[in-house]
Structures are given as structure tokens and as C-alpha cells.
Design a protein around this ligand. Structure first.
Ligand SMILES: [Zn+2]
Ligand SMILES: [Zn+2]
Length: 358
């Protein structure tokens, strides 16, 4: 079968090659891939910054955002059948089965030795087929087929925002307003989730107000602000503070600004990666003083477990019902598997580029 592969940690090694066809063993399912989403992690894999091939392989099949259809089930598989639409989760438990992995929370793995399909130690989904154990597959209702490739990034958002609300059970919390910094796929999905929860939401990013990202945010009822024209401080001084800030740009400067500007008793959810090791000067006493005196909470979030995918599926159905076509606006470009390299060359107004595998 055809597959998009890289030689991990080698810059620009992306190629589409023939690899052996996978066969389902007992308890496994063979899935025909339909669509794979491209995300920032794929850029980092191709740039050679991250990535690890499976043991014994000199290449890694990339791709972790996925949608496929079950072709065949191995012996002993009862909860999937041929024709099912499925999305596979990404992270797998560490070999030592730490306490969190043992309890199906491999997104919170304590050892860091977890595997991630398409990223770390396991082949991914940017191939014509894959096999997987049925417990890692989420079955998708046919009415969500057109948007279900967004389930993986939506699971990340569902975990982050859900955890923020669970943490805020520390007080009788009534969040009035939320701000999402960044309007990439994670930022936009966060804005949609907050709007779906009925919260007044502001989206803050560097694109013009006429850009597809700004328009998509506003279509959900979020208010969009161009960060190049209006600094975050000014929004707060003109309109009041935010009870929840979701940071989805990966700028550590914005992360620290969010801690300063979030309301008393508020919470900051950090989702962006900042791999460039930049240094900024910050008054650490001021940060500490402000967090303590104002009961502020700050947390980081990465990956998601199966439960978050299930919740994200309910969320996806709710968003589709309230704003039909909103999620579909995120698909700004489609490429074939053989042209995956074109998909990875970013264009200005890209939101989500999808690889049509079939
Ligand atoms: Zn991703
Ligand atoms: Zn673990």
C-alpha cells in the first residue's frame, strides 16, 4: 500500500512509498483510510524536530488525525463490523504501565515512554490502510462523516476546556467571558466549544478581520479581534476581564500575559507548544504575587484519552446541529496522498488541510 513516511529527525525526508499491507491479528480491525488531517506536529515531524520510528523500522508513517472505514475484522472482534466509520485515538500506554496508563489515562502518562501513532514509536494513519485494536477505535455516526476527521483535534480541546471547568469546581464559578488566543484549528475549535456552552467568547489572533479564520470564529457568535490592531490589555481595559483564557498560539509571551490579564479566580488553559526555547524577561515576583492574591489557576494540557474522544463526538454533533456547516468551513484545502508534500507547504489562509487518502 501507499504511505507518507519520513526518516525521523532528518529534515525534509517526507516521501510517499509502497510499504507492506497490514493484516489484522486476533482482536484487531483492518481499516481503509478515508481522510487524514495535517497539523502543526506534522510540520515538526517533516522538519526533523520530533519523531521516532517504530522499533526495527527505519521510517515512520506519519499522520495522526484520521477517519477511516472498517474493511475487515480479525478473530474475536465483536464491537466493530465491516463498513463502520471509525476514528482511531493516537496515544498508547507506556510499556511499564505507569499508574495513569494502567487506568486508561495515557494522555497523562507519568514515564513519558508512551507511544503515539504517527509521531512516536508507532506508524500513523497517512496510508491506505492500518490495523488497530478495537478498544482504540471510536465509531462515528454516518451523519458526522464529513467533519469527523476533526475529532482528534476536538478531543484535545474537549479535554482542555473540560479540565478547566472541573478545576473550577474549587469555587461557585460562573464564567461570564472567555478569550481564546490563536485562530488555528485548536483555537477555532476552542471558540466553537465555548460558544456551544453558551459562553461569551472572544477570539484573538493576528489575521485580518476579513480572513477565513476570523469569519469562521464570528460565524459561531464569537467576537474576533485582530491582535495586530488591538492588544489584549486594551480589550480587557475597554470591556472587562476574562474568566477563562485558552492559549492556543504557543507564544510563551502571550501565556504570561494571559496569566496577568485573567480575572480574579480565573483560569488559564495552555495548549500551545513553544519549542524554540526563547527567553523573555518577566517579573517573577509579580506573577507569583498576582496568582496567589487573586486565586488564579494556570494549567497545561496535551493529548487526550478515549473518553475525551467520546465527549468530543457529542460536542461535534451539538456544534453541527447549532451551526450547520461551521466545522466544514475549517477545511480550506484538500490534497491527494501522493501530493501530501503540497499539503504541508502552508498557504496564508489555510485552516485545516485534509489529505484524501482514497
Ligand atoms: Zn495534531
Ligand atoms: Zn505511562
Amino acid at each position: 500500500m501507499r504511505a507518507a513516511v519520513i526518516t525521523p529527525r532528518q529534515k525534509d525526508s517526507l516521501r510517499v512509498i509502497d510499504v507492506p499491507d497490514p493484516r489484522p491479528a486476533e482482536g484487531e480491525v483492518l481499516v481503509d483510510m478515508l481522510e487524514a488531517g495535517i497539523c502543526g506536529t506534522d510540520d515538526e515531524l517533516v522538519a526533523g524536530l520530533v519523531g521516532e520510528a517504530p522499533e526495527g523500522s527505519d521510517y515512520l508513517i506519519i499522520g495522526h488525525e484520521n477517519l477511516g472505514r472498517v474493511r475487515e475484522t480479525g478473530k474475536g472482534v465483536e464491537c466493530n463490523r465491516g463498513g463502520d466509520l471509525v476514528v482511531a485515538t493516537v496515544r498508547r500506554p507506556c510499556p511499564r504501565r505507569c499508574f495513569e496508563c494502567r487506568n486508561y489515562h495515557q494522555d497523562m502518562c507519568l514515564t513519558g515512554d508512551y507511544f503515539e501513532r504517527g509521531i512516536k514509536g508507532m506508524h500513523g494513519y497517512m496510508a491506505e490502510q492500518y490495523v488497530e485494536r478495537t478498544e482504540h477505535l471510536v465509531t462515528i455516526p454516518p451523519r458526522l462523516e464529513k467533519v469527523a476527521v476533526l475529532l482528534e483535534p476536538l478531543s484535545i480541546v474537549e479535554k482542555g476546556i473540560g479540565d478547566a471547568f472541573r478545576m473550577q469546581e474549587r469555587l461557585p464559578w460562573k464564567p461570564g467571558r472567555a478569550l481564546v488566543a490563536g485562530a488555528g484549528p485548536i483555537g477555532l475549535l476552542a471558540a466553537f466549544v465555548l460558544r456551544d456552552m453558551g459562553i461569551e467568547t472572544w477570539a484573538f489572533a493576528t489575521r485580518e478581520v476579513t480572513s477565513p479564520k476570523a469569519r469562521a470564529a464570528e460565524a459561531s457568535g464569537a467576537r474576533y479581534v485582530n491582535a495586530r490592531e488591538t492588544p489584549m490589555e486594551q480589550i480587557v481595559s475597554d470591556h472587562g476581564p476574562f474568566d477563562l483564557i485558552v492559549e492556543a498560539t504557543g507564544s510563551s509571551e502571550i501565556a504570561f500575559k494571559a496569566m496577568r490579564l485573567v480575572n480574579k479566580n480565573g483560569i488559564v488553559c495552555l495548549t500551545g507548544l513553544s519549542p524554540h526555547r526563547q527567553t523573555h524577561s518577566v517579573c517573577t515576583d509579580c506573577v507569583n504575587m498576582d496568582l496567589v492574591m487573586n486565586n488564579k489557576a494556570v494549567f497545561g494540557t496535551v493529548s487526550a484519552n478515549r473518553m475525551h474522544y467520546e465527549w468530543a463526538l457529542d460536542r461535534m454533533a451539538s456544534i453541527e446541529k447549532k451551526w450547520p456547516g461551521l466545522l466544514g468551513r475549517m477545511f480550506t484545502r484538500r490534497v491527494s496522498l501522493d501530493r501530501v508534500g503540497d499539503g504541508l507547504r502552508r498557504e496564508k489562509d489555510d485552516i485545516k488541510v485534509v489529505v484524501d487518502v482514497v
